[in-house]
Design a protein around this ligand. Structure first.
Ligand code: MSP
Length: 501
């Protein structure tokens, strides 16, 4: 069976979850759900990144031990993902003993292959990024991301010989592993500037994974963090499963961590004797007032604040449909309302309630079967093909728009054929409404990676047995499978219209 392995970044536990973190998580979740529908053996990993100076300092500031700090915040992420219907197969925490073991084994393999050596390191360190910067990277002495002064640090380190990987990295990038293309060019640019060896261990802190051959050192948090993707795929517990999943690994990341995922990580994998990731999907930032969400700017919206107004599916749909991946996008509450009303209330919800009402009025409530020759059949096939392409190319907005195109066309088809004017219980009315119900069956399956709960409500409202997310593609897409015969009752509106106050 084909596999699909998808991961989110693992989130630092110094910060509470906000809609910026939820952004990549919802995308990865929808990709996992789509691939499950496609019948692939799918594994979806998310989790928390719990080591490093940033966490140690946050714990100190809160009067907690680092592990207490991690316990509290990690469970906040788990709760937030639950309220967003995130379907992870595993939630990894980097403080797990299994992960420590995998990190040590992984880096030992890199060392045995001759890619780790000892040296001294000094540089400008930003605790916010957990990264060293060169003089040139700084903006008036400040970290370019956090706009705060970087600290001068000097220490004995183990180094990873990244400089030896320019050629394989170039080949990997040129093979099309990074999406979208603009981000691949950015990664190529970094490699072409020339790569220095990088320091991977620290002696100045002890909150981390110990270097197995020298316990004065802990691994620098980023190297331990990246290896979570290998731990999460079951490297320590099930080699055979790990190999199957790793051959189809897909990371979803934000643009600020491109260097780690598109340069350091593939090189580490090659150094340890593994394949580099199959695909790295890079998103832009979600902005408020032109800036990344921030604690100081009081712009850290928690997903629950929006779920209470839009419902979980209104939330998921907006972030999947409205964001063009790779580019930054400005969050707008007003736009979110417009999108909800236009697509969910007026298009999808309206089509479902309109068709069910007409079945009641014109056919005594008994669902008809679709017309094998309906003009909607071709549109449904096209919607499936485009959706499939959209998910494969990591463009959820295109995937969903293709489904909404089908729904809009079906609403228009009802306007043109005017079944309400035709004779009650006639074959003609049955053919039109049966075909509209068949569109709803198909579109509901296609929408289910985004609309986890409401797709089930609409599925039930059109009298389908089982659940849309239990269908198997592509078989479920063949036209004409809507069975008819069910007694349909007018459902409560699934997407009540929202007002802009
Ligand atoms: N712990 C590291 C990732 C390690 S992955 C092996 C980290 N954590 S983070 O919590 O700071 O950020 C995690 C992800 O959230 C990053 O991909 C980052 O881009 C994303 N986002 C945080 N705020 C964001 C927005 N406002 N918009 C979109 N994504 C942003 O980095």
């Amino acid at each position: 069976m084909e596999t699909f392995y998808v991961t989110t970044p693992i989130y630092y536990v110094n910060d509470v979850p906000h809609i910026g973190h939820a952004y990549a998580t919802v995308i990865a979740d929808a990709m996992a759900r789509w691939n499950r529908l496609m019948g692939r053996d799918t594994m979806f990993l998310t989790g928390t990144d719990e080591h490093g100076l940033k966490i140690q300092r946050a714990a100190e500031a809160n009067g907690l031990t680092p592990l207490e700090q991690a316990d509290v915040t990690s469970s906040r992420f788990q709760e937030a993902w639950k309220s967003l219907n995130i379907s992870e197969d595993r939630f990894i925490r980097t403080t797990e003993p299994e992960h420590h073991k995998v990190v040590q084994e992984f880096i030992l393999r890199m060392k045995e292959n001759g890619y780790i050596e000892k040296g001294t390191y000094s540089g400008h360190y930003c605790v916010g990024c957990e990264a060293y910067y060169t003089e040139d990277d700084l903006v008036e002495g400040n970290c370019p991301t956090h706009e705060k002064p970087a600290e001068w640090l000097e220490e004995d380190n183990y180094f990873f010989k990244l400089s030896e990987f320019e050629k394989p990295l170039r080949e990997w990038i040129e093979s099309g592993a990074i999406q979208p293309a603009g981000k691949a060019s950015e990664a190529l640019g970094i490699v072409e500037q020339g790569l220095d060896d990088v320091s991977i261990s620290r002696t100045s802190i002890d909150w981390g994974v110990k270097v197995p051959w020298d316990d004065e050192h802990v691994f620098y948090v980023w190297y331990d963090a990246l290896i979570n993707y290998v731990t999460g795929a079951g490297y320590a517990s099930d080699t055979e499963k790990f190999e199957r999943l790793w051959a189809n690994s897909h990371h979803v990341i934000g643009k600020d961590i491109l260097r780690f995922h598109c340069v350091y990580w593939p090189a580490m994998l090659i150094a340890a004797g593994f394949e580099p990731p199959k695909q790295v999907n890079v998103t832009g930032f979600l902005l408020i007032g032109g800036k990344k969400l921030s604690k100081t700017g009081l712009t850290q919206i928690h997903p629950d604040d929006l779920i209470k107004d839009f419902g979980v599916d209104g939330y998921r749909y907006h972030f999947l449909r409205d964001v063009s991946i790779g580019a930054d996008s400005e969050f707008s509450y007003e736009h979110m309302i417009e999108r909800y009303n236009a697509d969910l209330a007026n298009t999808y919800g309206n089509l479902a309630s309109r068709v069910v009402t007409l079945v009641g009025k014109k056919l005594g409530g008994t669902a008809p079967v679709p017309d094998p020759e309906s003009p909607l059949a071709k549109l449904a096939t096209e919607a499936y093909e485009k959706a499939s392409e959209g998910w494969t190319n990591f463009t959820p907005s295109i995937a969903l728009d293709s489904v909404w195109h089908l729904l809009r066309e079906t609403n228009a088809y009802l306007g043109e054929t005017e079944p309400w004017k035709l004779e009650d219980n006639s074959d003609e009315v049955g053919a039109i409404l049966g075909s509209a119900l068949e569109v709803l069956r198909i579109a509901t399956i296609l929408a289910s990676p985004a609309l986890v709960e409401s797709s089930k409500q609409i599925w039930e409202a059109i009298g389908m047995p089982g659940s849309p997310d239990a269908q198997v593609m592509p078989d479920a897409m063949a036209w004409g499978q809507y069975p008819g015969g069910a007694e349909l009752a007018q459902p409560k509106p699934v997407f009540p219209r929202l007002k802009a106050e």
